[in-house]
Design a protein around this ligand. Structure first.
Ligand SMILES: [Zn+2]
Length: 56
């Protein structure tokens, strides 16, 4: 009995591909940037189209 299952992130995905709308899993994360005046930006590989995109 696994009573101590690890607490997982409730949202294990980064967002959706702006090109093909595929859901991008957290595994796809390649890089992350923070801008002082903007939202953090992420680069991830889309499993749908294979491009490196910024999930939204
Ligand atoms: Zn895509």
């Amino acid at each position: 009995m696994a009573a101590d299952a690890p607490q997982r992130d409730p949202e294990p995905r980064l967002g959706a591909c702006p090109d093909c709308e595929a859901t991008i899993p957290r595994d796809g994360l390649l890089a992350e940037y923070t801008h002082p005046d903007e939202w953090p930006k992420m680069l991830a590989e889309c499993p749908g189209c294979g491009e490196v995109v910024s999930p939204r």
